[in-house]
Design a protein around this ligand. Structure first.
Ligand code: MLT
Ligand code: MN
Ligand code: ZN
Length: 288
């Protein structure tokens, strides 16, 4: 299995265009930029799947040599998209893929419904390309091309702000990718609201676990906007769980622009290394 981090920031990116917070200021001065979280994964090096479709997708695809079309063709290695949520920062990029010959889109029933109603991006893109909708049933593995298998686990019912009031269900998932009994395994969970027993089981024997790195601390946005109230378990809260679950390599993604770990060489990074964790970076390549 090969994995390429296309982007590692939360919605708005880092620095965020309209934000003058300390971290954004430092990032601007240092010329640091993280694009919005998105991953590319393949089992055979030929058929690639995007995990989420970020608003920065066109730039991210152009920066990724593995995802370039073969010379003289219009045949991109991108076969489809797997969604972990219906949030705008995870779905706007589907619009960018409308020139595809065809597109397989994998999501829970709740997420597909949102992408056909509140933010009807699947309906719109379906008018430009052959978009095949596949329903991810939590706990039931689904085969993708190239020997890759995906299994989703629902993490929370936190719905996007645009979604109709009262809608509930399978909103935020972790997606686990496997390539067979002796192959690699990766769990992608950019929106982890709480560490549950179910989540411990999902990551048990995974090689790499990509976690919600939105906030370093619970109060990072001030006492009125705690991280937990936004469906994000702060890195500071998750570290004790990592110490209790040694084995996988942990990488944090979906960093908010307020998070000091956005910047390279942040002092806080050394604490992560003690529990086999680090902050992912745009363009990072993993071979599992
Ligand atoms: C989130 O990760 O919580 C959402 O993407 C936030 C948002 O942009 O509304
Ligand atoms: Mn987000
Ligand atoms: Zn900022």
């Amino acid at each position: 299995m090969k994995v390429r981090f296309l982007g590692t920031a939360a919605g708005g990116g880092a620095p965020q265009w309209n934000c003058g917070c300390t971290t954004c200021g430092k990032a601007r001065r240092a010329g640091v930029s993280r694009t919005q979280d998105c991953l590319a994964v393949t089992g055979d090096g030929e058929s690639w799947y995007l995990v989420n479709a970020s608003p920065d997708l066109r730039t991210q695809l152009l920066a990724t040599p593995e995802l370039a079309p073969t010379a003289g063709s219009r045949d991109s290695p991108v076969r489809g998209v797997v969604f972990t949520s219906a949030e705008l920062d995870h779905t706007i990029g589907l619009l960018t893929l409308r020139e595809a010959g065809s597109l397989d889109v994998f999501a829970t029933a709740t997420v597909h419904e949102a992408l056909r109603s509140g933010f009807p991006v699947e309906t719109a893109v379906g008018a430009y390309t052959r978009l095949r909708e596949h329903r991810l049933v939590p706990g039931t593995p689904m085969e993708l091309a190239g020997g890759l298998r995906v299994t989703c686990t629902v993490l929370s019912a936190k719905k996007p702000r645009y979604a109709a009031a009262g809608t509930s269900g399978e909103w935020v998932s972790a997606c686990r990718f496997d390539t067979g009994p002796r192959g690699g395994s990766l769990v992608y969970a950019p929106g982890l609201a709480a560490w549950t027993d179910a989540f411990s089981r999902v990551i048990a024997d995974a090689d790499v676990v990509v976690l919600d790195g939105t906030f370093l601390t619970e109060q990072e946005m001030g006492p009125a906007r705690p991280a937990s109230g936004m469906g994000h378990l702060a890195i500071g809260e998750v570290l004790p769980f990592l110490a209790g679950h040694p084995g996988p390599r942990y990488l944090f993604t979906h960093l908010n622009n307020t998070n000091p770990l956005v910047l390279p060489g942040a002092l806080e990074a050394s604490t992560l290394a003690e529990v086999n964790a680090a902050v992912a970076f745009d363009g990072q390549l993993l071979e599992l």
